[in-house]
Design a protein around this ligand. Structure first.
Ligand SMILES: Cc1cc2nc3c(=O)[nH]c(=O)nc-3n(C[C@H](O)[C@H](O)[C@H](O)COP(=O)(O)OP(=O)(O)OC[C@H]3O[C@@H](n4cnc5c(N)ncnc54)[C@H](O)[C@@H]3O)c2cc1C
Length: 442
């Protein structure tokens, strides 16, 4: 009997869960394609950016995850297009045909139409972004150590984070603690505690979508940590080393853009309706309208609940949708009807520094402070992929909790190649050649 061919594009939260469900069904053949050879646990990227965790601890390889699944083939490559008419996906020069397709390519950082801002700041969406932020931060501290002019030094020591959602809040809190505690006493020309961290949010409150009480609490904790929190100030202009709001200009060598996610342009090619954000509108069973064998899941999908509200871009939404799309394929194969997707909402959380967090757990009183932090810690360990990673991350967290020691802050200049934001970003030519030869991005 010919086995049905299922292609899953994207090994993020949605693609991984879909493939796990299908891996249990020997009657189907699965091809999982990702442009990286690893899964990215995005919720902990900010800890890679601030040197608390190392890449392998949050990015298990896809081959490793599926090493014992005989019916799963993992391919590394970037899918450039999908042709629903011929049921094929294009991977480099190759065309791969499918009986069913699960699209799970996530989204990319949005600059709200200001495309030239993309190269003037760093997003925080991929491992490469986290390592670039890390390299820029460490490099600018090195520059500050050599810089005699106090005004210029200030610029090197300033980080502006745009976007007061969970990503911006978590990064700001971790940076504040890095400069005050971890880097303490390591420089002679300046005190790292003087480094300035500014968090800019366009809305009146941080953590939009959480109860106001938690937004206010978060602002208070960040301010206690020494973060300048600026609300109700949309960014008007972004230069390579300056952020302009209506009121002020913030000069900074490190600018992180954490203000939202949009769909990849490829999502539009699927022939389905898309939203202004470029996400793909899906039917209640996660299929595309008029396409019986294509499912769209996770951040790239726009799914409206019965009250007309779209689901947020969260890991649990993506995981549940990935698993549901796979189960619907298996239902169709058994000759059954597909089922509607219903999100099991358990809430959302964000961590602020080492011992504070906020949690809006569904149906429960909002949690804040140490209790929420402990809940955050256990939930993240639970969802982290692989037992080894869970153990290593737990040990690292305990170590840093006890002694304010975090990872080896090794500055990898590969991530500063041609970086316009650092003055002495002089990457060794041989290393540069090696990077180009090996295909670029790490
Ligand atoms: C910094 C950060 C922190 C976050 N923190 C939280 C949190 O604390 N809690 C929470 O619930 N959510 C959090 N989120 C949101 C959550 O990570 C996303 O909702 C989730 O990752 C979406 O899963 P996905 O599978 O749809 O997409 P992704 O996880 O983004 O995966 C998409 C995959 O597709 C691959 N891909 C993309 N294009 C192609 C292509 N053309 N060809 C081949 N492969 C491709 C990518 O390499 C990637 O592996 C956070 C997000 C970020 C960025």
């Amino acid at each position: 009997m010919n086995k049905k061919k299922i292609i899953v594009v994207g090994g993020g939260f949605a693609g991984l869960e879909a493939t796990k469900v299908l891996a249990e069904e020997p009657g189907v053949e699965v091809t999982l394609i990702d442009r990286n050879n690893y899964h990215t646990f995005q919720p902990l990227l900010y800890q890679v950016a601030t040197s608390s965790l190392e890449p392998a601890e949050v990015c298990p390889t896809l081959r490793g995850v599926f090493q014992s699944a005989d019916n799963v083939r993992v391919l590394m490559g970037e899918v450039s297009s999908v042709d629903p008419e011929t049921s094929t996906v294009v991977l480099d020069e190759e065309r791969l045909s499918y009986d069913y397709l699960i699209m799970a390519i996530g989204g990319r950082t949005t600059y709200f139409g200001k495309e030239d801002w993309r190269e003037r700041s760093t997003g925080l969406k991929e491992l490469h972004d986290a390592l670039t932020i890390r390299a820029r931060l460490l490099k600018s501290f090195e520059e500050a150590e050599r810089e005699p002019d106090p005004e210029k030094r200030k610029e090197y020591l300033t980080t502006v984070i745009v976007g007061g959602g969970p990503t911006g809040v978590e990064l700001a809190g971790a940076l504040a603690e890095l400069r005050t505690h971890v880097l303490k006493g390591q420089y002679q020309n300046f005190d790292p505690a003087q480094a300035r961290i500014v968090l800019i949010e366009a809305l009146p409150q941080l953590l939009n979508g959480f109860p106001d009480e938690l937004g206010r609490y978060t602002k208070g904790v960040l301010e206690d940590l020494g973060v300048e929190v600026v609300t109700e100030q949309p960014v008007k202009e972004l230069e390579r080393s300056a952020v302009h709001t209506a009121d002020k200009v913030y000069r900074a060598r490190n600018i992180v853009w954490a203000a939202g996610v949009e769909g990849y342009p490829m999502a539009k090619e699927l022939g389905a309706d898309t939203t202004k954000k470029g996400t793909v509108k899906v039917c209640p069973d996660l299929r595309l309208s008029g396409r019986n064998n294509i499912f769209c899941t996770g951040d790239m999908a726009h799914f409206e609940t019965e009250n007309g509200k779209p689901l947020p871009g969260l890991a649990p939404v993506a995981m549940q949708q990935g698993a549901h799309a796979a189960q619907n394929i298996l239902r169709l194969e058994r000759g059954d009807l597909t089922e509607k997707f219903v999100y099991n909402d358990r809430g959302a959380m964000a961590v602020i520094g080492r011992t504070h967090a906020v949690a809006n757990l569904f149906g429960k009183k909002p949690l804040k402070g140490f209790v929420a932090w402990v809940a955050w810690l256990f939930i993240h360990l639970l969802f982290l992929v692989g037992y080894r990673n869970k153990a290593v991350v737990l040990v690292r967290w305990l170590w840093s909790y006890i002694g304010w020691r975090n990872g080896a802050r090794v500055l990898n200049t590969l991530y500063l190649k041609n970086d316009p934001l650092t003055e002495h970003a002089d990457v060794d030519k041989a290393v540069e050649k090696e990077l180009v030869g090996s295909g670029g991005r790490g």
